[in-house]
Design a protein around this ligand. Structure first.
Ligand code: NAD
Length: 394
């Protein structure tokens, strides 16, 4: 293809003779000729330089399924403090491909049997568990015993007892254990948490939330043995968001579940569950979750002087935050949309966990939060199985 080139510019370094019809060197200078184009070589008085981290922490990724491959591995590209250094998988061929793509040596690929050998691998600081829920406890405890910090996907485990034994293993090993509640590192949800703490829109009266998606078989989410079911998979987002908005632990729950007779996907776990949580201050949270409806992920915090709404609230990208405040009781006041720069949730979460390790501070999403959610999940199940309201002891 033929390309045309501009003749080289021969004028002065700071002015450009661009005005059509004006001869170069003409004494009549136009405004455009006098416009200074090149910036002066002046340096700012205060130079802001973001220091490169002294060291990145090495992560071993355990389980190379959808979340690990589609979200977590790519997120390392946006991390400042975390880097992938090892993989743990039952499928070596797949692990080798992933290792090559991320410049991880083949010698740093482990399987579920030789996993405990990570104890002798000093490049691994953190183990990130992204396995089916029923495997979280075993691999978290083995990683802690190998002397590694652990970030474990939600739900933390399949029972309160398992969660407690994981927390105990963390204390005994003197290592950090964090649960991967990514929204605690996400700017818009963090803004909501701050407003709710400050009671910006008045007293919180109720919380309404829905997190639904379609799950096709086969999927780990449809197996009871693997710890599936909509409450611990998607409903957990509403349970957790209710806590960070309301700022209390629920005292009771009433739940109903639907197991449709004509859909073989829901032989072992319900298709849909609705639950109402009540809190000591009288706030009510009304939530629903389903594996059988079109995607919908949202919540609204209803206050006596306005509301805060996120829709979508729990997705990986494209979150939207809206508020409405009553100005001197004026119901017609405008709804405001709040825009903050969106960040990669998984990169923020991994860097956030690294910060807690490096600075030896509390993890933002500790094991106690995971256990509190497991307690509520167990009560929801007891309620829909018994058909009765269930008290929740904290
Ligand atoms: P997935 O089914 O795509 O991946 C599971 C991985 O575990 C696969 O690589 C599979 O090979 C491996 N595995 C090992 N033993 C297995 C067994 N006995 N049966 C089935 N698989 C086995 O699942 P996923 O969607 O990647 O979810 C994994 C975890 O991540 C779950 O705990 C889930 O709750 C969590 N998750 C979290 C988020 C989030 O936003 N934080 C999103 C999706 C999933």
């Amino acid at each position: 293809m033929k390309t045309t080139r501009q003749p080289p510019f021969t004028g002065s370094a700071t002015t450009l003779p661009t005005t059509a019809g004006t001869a170069v060197g003409s004494s009549e200078k136009t405004e455009s000729q006098e416009t200074v184009l090149a910036p002066p070589d002046e340096q700012p008085q205060v130079l802001k330089i973001e220091e490169a981290p002294a060291r990145q922490l090495g992560f071993a990724i355990v389980g190379l399924g959808k979340l690990a491959l589609e979200e977590v591995m790519p997120a390392f590209g946006e991390c400042k403090l975390a880097k992938p250094v090892a993989l743990v998988s039952g499928h070596r061929e797949k692990a080798v491909k992933v290792a090559h793509a991320h410049h991880i040596p083949e010698s740093s690929i482990y399987n579920y049997e030789n996993f405990d050998r990570i104890a002798d691998d000093p490049s691994i600081d953190v183990v990130y568990i992204i396995l089916p829920n029923s495997m979280h406890a075993e691999f978290t405890i083995r990683a802690l015993k190998a002397g590694k910090h652990v970030l474990c996907e939600k739900p933390m485990a399949v029972s309160v007892e398992e969660g407690q034994s994981m927390a105990r293993a963390g204390r005994e090993a003197g290592k950090k254990l964090g649960i991967a509640y990514r929204l605690h590192y996400e700017p818009l949800n963090m803004q909501v948490m701050k407003w709710c703490r400050e009671k910006k829109f008045g007293k919180i009266k109720s919380f309404v939330s829905s997190n639904c998606q379609i799950v096709e078989a086969p999927n780990i989410r449809l197996s009871r043995e693997l710890g599936g079911g909509p409450v611990s998979d998607t409903g957990i987002y509403s349970i957790n968001a209710a806590r960070y908005c309301i700022g209390e632990e629920p005292i009771a729950v009433t739940a109903v579940a639907c197991f449709p007779d004509d859909d073989p996907r829901f032989r072992e776990v319900p298709e849909s569950v609705s639950f109402i949580l009540t809190y000591p201050s009288g706030v009510i949270a009304t939530c629903d979750t389903s594996f059988g409806t079109i995607e919908g992920r949202r919540y609204r915090v209803q206050c006596d002087n306005g509301y805060i709404e996120m829709d979508p609230s729990f997705s990986y990208r494209g979150l939207k935050l809206k508020t409405k405040a009553l100005l001197e009781g004026d119901e017609s006041s405008e709804v405001s949309e709040i825009n903050l720069r969106q960040k990669n949730h998984f990169a923020e979460q991994m860097d956030g966990f690294c910060k807690a390790i490096i600075n030896d501070t509390e993890v933002v999403t500790p094991a106690s939060m995971g256990i509190a959610d497991l307690r509520i999940i167990a009560a929801i199940r007891e309620s829909y199985e018994s058909g009765k309201p269930v008290k929740i002891d904290s």
